[in-house]
Design a protein around this ligand. Structure first.
Ligand code: SF4
Length: 332
């Protein structure tokens, strides 16, 4: 799975880095001074690298947790995200990461202890529960076998009832959750698009039916689960496709078992979008009905409002209102 590992000098003796290196004894190992030497140079071929990304083991320094972008939350008043990993095992055509990063290599920050210290400092200053989102720059569970992220962080959050953790994923890799007792301040949020859209735009993502099964399994085990219908992707038979999706998600799951459902419009900063267009000039999703307004690319406003309205109506007919969070693209 990993043939090439770059390792920052600063983590050569870090226990987590050593464990990961031991798991890939056949990988070539290249030392580096700082991960940005490998990751940041312009002119790298993201699309080519995506076929076989290298793993970069590094230490994150500076600010380790960040305020979430507007409309990312699910009801909390204080919300942060943190990233143990940059980039993703999967390859969704609408993903902003491919426009944001110059490289498709995985950067894994192994210094969990520093992130956890930052989380504790934030909690100390907080007067109310704080949310921490872990799936902003990556998928929270897809590379669990490499990173051991959930294995390390679930016990940490379990001991801190005022800290909510959201794992956001398209993975079916739920073994670590099956082997952990559920606790109240954790939400496993699965991102979904209709099956036909997923097949066309979400390369390497497990089939929809397997992801639904994983979500149901976790709900049965007592984990709080959520749906992230974000981004909403336009396609033919839009209403019927989303209606079928919601029905399938609910088969065998009571709406009361759901923690939250969020709905988000497709949006991407125009600089990122330009790069993605260059990477995939033939891509149908990127052509046509998208427009640039201010610094963002999104669906034409009439289309966006119509498609979000349809999804809202479909969700309202199925899910209690207090569980619904509608995140629309910022007005620019
Ligand atoms: S699963 Fe999420 S992070 Fe991964 S490629 Fe798809 S949109 Fe991007």
């Amino acid at each position: 799975m990993i043939d090439l590992i770059y390792i920052e000098d600063s983590v050569r003796e870090h226990e987590r880095a050593k464990e990961i290196m031991a798991r890939f004894p056949k990988a070539s190992v290249v030392p580096c001074n700082h991960y940005k030497e490998i990751f940041n140079p312009r002119g790298q071929n993201f699309r080519l690298q995506k076929k076989k990304p290298a793993l970069i083991l590094a230490r994150q320094t500076g600010k380790l947790i960040h305020p979430i972008p507007p409309s990312y939350g699910v009801g909390g008043t204080t919300n942060y995200y943190f990233s143990h990993l940059l980039n993703c095992l999967y390859d969704c055509r609408y993903c902003f990461l491919q426009g944001m990063y110059p490289s498709a290599h995985y950067v894994h920050f192994v210094n969990y202890e520093d992130f956890q210290q930052s989380i504790d400092q934030t909690l100390k200053q907080a007067k109310e529960p704080v949310w921490f989102f872990s799936g902003y720059d990556c998928d929270s569970l897809a590379l669990e076998s490499v990173t051991g992220f959930a294995r390390a962080y679930l016990p940490f959050f379990n001991k801190r009832p005022d800290a909510w953790i959201e794992l956001r994923t398209k993975s079916t890799n739920i073994e670590v959750l099956e082997n952990t007792s559920p606790f109240p301040n954790a939400v496993v949020a699965f991102s979904f698009t209709p099956e036909e859209v997923s097949r066309q735009t979400e390369a390497k993502v497990p089939p929809l039916a397997s992801r639904i099964k994983a979500m149901h399994k976790l709900a049965e085990l007592g984990w709080k689960v959520g749906w992230r219908i974000d981004p909403v992707i336009d396609s033919k038979n839009f209403k019927q496709r989303y209606s079928t999706l919601f029905d399938n998600l609910l088969k065998g799951l009571s709406p009361n078992m759901l923690h939250s459902v969020s709905l988000g419009a497709f949006r991407m900063p125009s600089g990122f979008f330009k790069r993605v267009e260059k990477l995939y000039p033939q891509e149908h999703l990127l052509a046509g009905q998208l427009v640039k307004t201010g610094g963002m690319v999104s669906y034409r406003q009439d289309i966006e409002q119509d498609r979000l309205g349809i999804c809202k109506d479909l969700l309202r007919a199925r899910i209690p209102e207090e569980k619904l969070f509608f995140c629309e693209s910022p007005v620019v």
